[in-house]
Design a protein around this ligand. Structure first.
Ligand code: 2BA
Length: 110
């Protein structure tokens, strides 16, 4: 069994969770915050049999779309380590999804 952590944009959450549920996947949704932009995003935890891992990732890929480059000003980021970032606007990529897959050692429901 695998556990997928999928970090998606708030905008994509409804479509992704609907599509996954429709296809029989169970999901736990966590409201999370990106450490860089410090904006809300959503982390989905999806436990699935190994054989269905690729299907789940493909659904997430279809619903989240492709990454896009955007320009951001960084004045809202503070802290000594961010001094260089704050000096100039930056181009970053957003959209799509960030996915981690881990092996599940044990899975039980009571
Ligand atoms: P944030 O940390 O808010 O990052 C938003 C976007 O800013 C990132 O998009 C990336 O394009 C850029 N970025 C992040 N850290 C950067 C840095 N140190 N220098 C320059 N640009 C940086 P994504 O890569 O699509 O990530 C979207 C969200 O997924 C992240 O939001 C974070 O919540 C999560 N994430 C991405 N990679 C991760 C990782 N290796 N571990 C844990 N969470 C991750």
């Amino acid at each position: 069994m695998k556990l997928i952590y999928a970090i998606v944009r708030n905008d994509n959450e409804d479509d992704v969770t609907s599509a996954l549920s429709k296809n029989g996947f169970s999901i736990t949704k966590l409201n999370t915050t990106g450490g860089f932009l410090r904006k809300g995003n959503v982390t989905l935890m999806i436990g699935t049999e190994d054989e269905r891992l690729d299907q789940a990732i493909e659904i997430i890929r279809e619903e989240c779309g492709t990454r896009q480059k955007i320009n951001v000003d960084m004045p809202f980021i503070s802290g000594a380590s961010m001094v260089n970032y704050a000096a100039t606007p930056m181009q970053i990529e957003v959209g799509g999804a960030t996915i981690f897959v881990t092996d599940v050692v044990r899975f039980e429901k009571f």
